[in-house]
Design a protein around this ligand. Structure first.
Ligand SMILES: Cc1cc2nc3c(=O)[nH]c(=O)nc-3n(C[C@H](O)[C@H](O)[C@H](O)COP(=O)(O)OP(=O)(O)OC[C@H]3O[C@@H](n4cnc5c(N)ncnc54)[C@H](O)[C@@H]3O)c2cc1C
Length: 437
């Protein structure tokens, strides 16, 4: 069945992750056994679920978090680590659906989402290599014009951004590939798995009870929610669904109505051997994270131990592309020819939850069950904010949450079986457009 092949592909993609190899995980939390009462049950131990759990515990609520596998074993512990202002959709869906004022409010919240990372790192002493600095690049004249417009939009919206083109691009990146670039110091990058584990520790210190290896298979709705697992259940007044793409795989009956509104898209990363620090500083001055503006984008940065972590490629099926390491190394070589022969020591990937319009999809199922999905590859910062907004809504202040909940989302056509091949076909067009410039 489709969700099961997705799950096995997802599990296999986390076997050679640099992040897993560079952390010391604490002893696993025991699975849930028996019946537990709480104010809130959170499904999913990624950034979104952890953030919601932490915020609600800080408000004095009793919180149980159920994670099907390990904390941060989903997208949150595998991503590019790039915490970026704005939204994958751009401002378009916000302005069209909510009007200019609330669209600007959403933009401002995206800046707060990045700031929240720094605040949490400071408040909870999370060592996760957080570093500000972001460079956007374009590899054709047409894309350079689009990038310039984006740079000016950032400047208009209060993100100080410096433009460069031609030979000047070398100030921000030493690659023969790019014709234009801009740099800002609001966005940044971090070690995502260290951050996820740090959030979990902070949540536990605030009183959250975490159970790992505890997939929620069913969720009974009503004034009291009952989240059922293999050997137990949680009875709670409120629930938060933060299971991302794997929610239908672990719990097909939990919330089938929201699953068709997101599409799992595979994306992949390689990690090289550690490089000379001086070479890293030359290739990306100021240790920024970098992203191009292609539809199938490349995103890359250096880790704290000077490895190039190079992400890109996409897959619209559940299958991992053949020769992934070789494909990714060639993509990196196209950006940095001098890294072509550098050893690649890690290769991993995961699935991004894209929504049709690439805007986040937050909302309620009934009065007391919240869901957070559709981060569309822009979740490192936004998930943290999302958790905070749910906690505010549960505490009776839903104003900020409802800015997002008012956005309308459509299901992908074709249902679970057909949406993948039909999207794959559609995306061929965009790949062609990238190639033609
Ligand atoms: C390879 C890759 C690169 C990326 N790069 C970036 C980037 O550079 N910048 C950026 O902003 N975003 C990036 N993203 C996206 C970002 O990682 C996600 O948007 C974000 O981590 C989503 O967090 P989450 O908490 O919603 O989901 P997840 O981190 O996936 O957490 C969901 C958790 O729920 C659990 N779960 C699911 N169903 C159940 C159930 N029924 N019961 C119990 N538990 C369940 C899962 O096991 C999982 O641990 C990337 C994603 C990938 C895969």
């Amino acid at each position: 069945m489709w969700p099961q092949s997705l799950l096995s592909s997802d599990t296999q993609l986390n076997q050679q992750s640099y992040y897993e190899a560079s952390v010391q995980r604490p002893a696993p939390a025991a699975p849930l056994q028996g019946t537990v009462q709480a104010d809130v049950v959170v499904v999913g131990g990624g950034f979104a679920g952890l953030s919601a759990a932490l915020e609600m515990a800080q408000k004095g609520l009793s919180v149980v978090l159920l994670e099907a596998e390990h904390i941060g074993s989903g997208a949150s512990g595998r991503n590019g680590g790039q915490a970026i202002v704005g939204y994958a959709s751009g401002q378009g869906p916000f302005e069209q659906q909510l009007g200019v004022q609330d669209a600007q409010r959403a933009w401002d919240m995206s800046l707060q989402a990045v700031d929240l990372i720094g605040q949490r790192i400071a408040a909870h002493g999370i060592a996760c290599d957080w570093q500000r600095g972001y460079t956007y690049v374009a590899d054709s004249p047409k894309k350079a014009r689009a990038l310039r417009a984006e740079c000016e939009d950032h400047q208009r919206r209060g993100v100080a951004s410096t433009w460069a083109e031609g030979a000047d691009v070398a100030r921000f990146i030493d690659s023969p590939r790019y014709l234009a670039a801009f740099r800002e110091n609001t966005s940044g990058h971090l070690h995502p798995l260290k951050y996820a584990l740090g959030l979990a520790q902070a949540a536990q210190a605030a009183g959250v009870r975490i159970f790992e290896h505890t997939p929620v298979t069913d969720l009974q709705r009503g004034a009291t929610l009952v989240a059922r697992t293999a050997q137990g259940e949680v009875r709670a007044r409120y629930g938060v669904l933060a299971g991302n793409c794997m929610l239908p795989a672990f719990g097909p009956r939990v919330a089938p109505e929201i699953a068709p509104r997101i599409m799992p898209v595979g994306t992949y990363i390689i990690g090289t051997a550690s490089l000379e620090p001086a070479l890293c500083e030359r290739l990306i001055p100021g240790n920024a994270a970098v992203c191009d503006n292609n539809f199938v984008l490349d995103y890359f940065r250096f880790s704290a131990d000077h490895r190039m972590l190079f992400g890109g490629r996409v897959s619209y099926t559940t299958m991992t592309p053949p020769d992934l390491k070789g494909v990714m190394a060639r993509r990196m070589g196209a950006v940095y020819p001098e890294l072509q022969s550098v050893p690649v020591e890690f290769v991993w990937g995961g699935f991004v939850d894209i929504s049709m319009n690439r805007a986040p999809d937050f909302g309620r199922l009934g009065a007391n069950l919240y869901y957070l999905q559709g981060f569309s590859g822009h979740g490192v910062a936004l998930t943290g904010l999302a958790g905070q907004l749910v906690a505010e809504a549960v505490a009776g202040q839903a104003g900020r949450f409802d800015v997002f909940a008012r956005l309308q989302h459509r299901a992908f056509p074709g249902g679970a079986l057909l949406r993948t091949p039909s999207l794959a076909l559609g995306m061929l067009w965009y790949r062609l457009r990238d190639a033609l410039g």
